[in-house]
Design a protein. Structure first.
Length: 265
């Protein structure tokens, strides 16, 4: 049985269950995770749910998949890597500040990806965008797919420090993305605008135009901030605020857990 916070999807619940096992050492570095079929049988979920959970764990930098072999646990970052504290206050301003962080990271990530992309990494970016389109078309919120899209760009940038930073921040960015995408889903024109912005980034990366990629990445995040600021007040008093509060609670719990698990000098 999957147990986690209320309102999480099945893929989130499974990912959180496996993440807990990894962080608590029940699944060791280098250890192979159970197969898709085994997890389907164990948790009573679909293969799609398992694959989405694996995608989330890969985005968090906890596992790696090897073609024909399965998924394996990666080495966890050193404890010092967790000293950065992000405790939002549940306000619109907190979400906008996350967008500011993303603007800096995503713009440079896109520029580096344009300079360093390979045919394989470019293909993965395009696959991630198609997966996002498919998720939105089927009525999903596209949150995990949106995060995976930006993670694919970061991988194409081929900078391990950037990857590590994004991996740490993803726990914050994914929840913030949930807020922004929930707002964008309220209007078709906003969804179309987001897709056009994503497409501009991909096209610049494909052309190898670092300047255009940086500008497209910056424009995307600036527009995201505008969309949040112009959101219907009803949204913020219902969905947006509830999601922001969920983000605040989740990270506060993670911060407490970190303090409790830190050895005393």
């Amino acid at each position: 049985m999957l147990r986690t916070q209320l309102g999480a999807s099945l893929s989130e619940k499974l990912a959180q269950t496996l993440e807990t096992s990894i962080r608590e050492g029940k699944l060791k570095t280098g250890e192979k995770l159970a197969t898709e079929n085994a997890l389907v049988a164990q948790y009573g979920v679909s293969r799609t749910v398992v694959r989405e959970a694996f995608s989330r764990l890969k985005t968090l930098g906890l596992i790696e998949t090897r073609q024909g072999s399965g998924a394996f646990v990666k080495q966890l970052p050193l404890p010092d890597a967790g000293k950065l504290k992000l405790i939002p206050d549940g306000s619109i301003d907190a979400v906008l500040k996350v967008v500011e962080v993303r603007r800096a990271l995503e713009a440079e990530s896109a520029a580096l990806a344009a300079e360093r992309r390979t045919p394989k990494s470019l293909q993965k970016i395009k696959q991630a965008m198609r997966a996002l389109d498919k998720a939105v078309a089927s009525g999903g919120d596209g949150v995990s797919e949106d995060v995976a899209f930006h993670a694919a760009i970061a991988h194409a940038a081929n900078n391990p420090f950037l990857l590590d930073t994004l991996s740490y921040l993803n726990q914050f960015l994914e929840n913030a993305t949930r807020v922004t995408r929930a707002n964008e889903a309220t209007r078709a024109d906003l969804e179309d605008a987001v897709r056009d912005e994503h497409l501009a980034i991909v096209q610049a990366i494909e052309k190898g135009d670092a300047k255009a990629a940086r500008l497209a990445g910056t424009k995307h995040m600036l527009n995201a901030a505008k969309r949040i600021g112009n959101a219907d007040p009803v949204f913020w008093t219902s969905q947006g605020r509830a999601l922001a509060n969920r983000l605040r609670t989740t990270l506060a719990q993670q911060s407490t857990s970190t303090r409790l698990n830190t050895p005393k000098a």
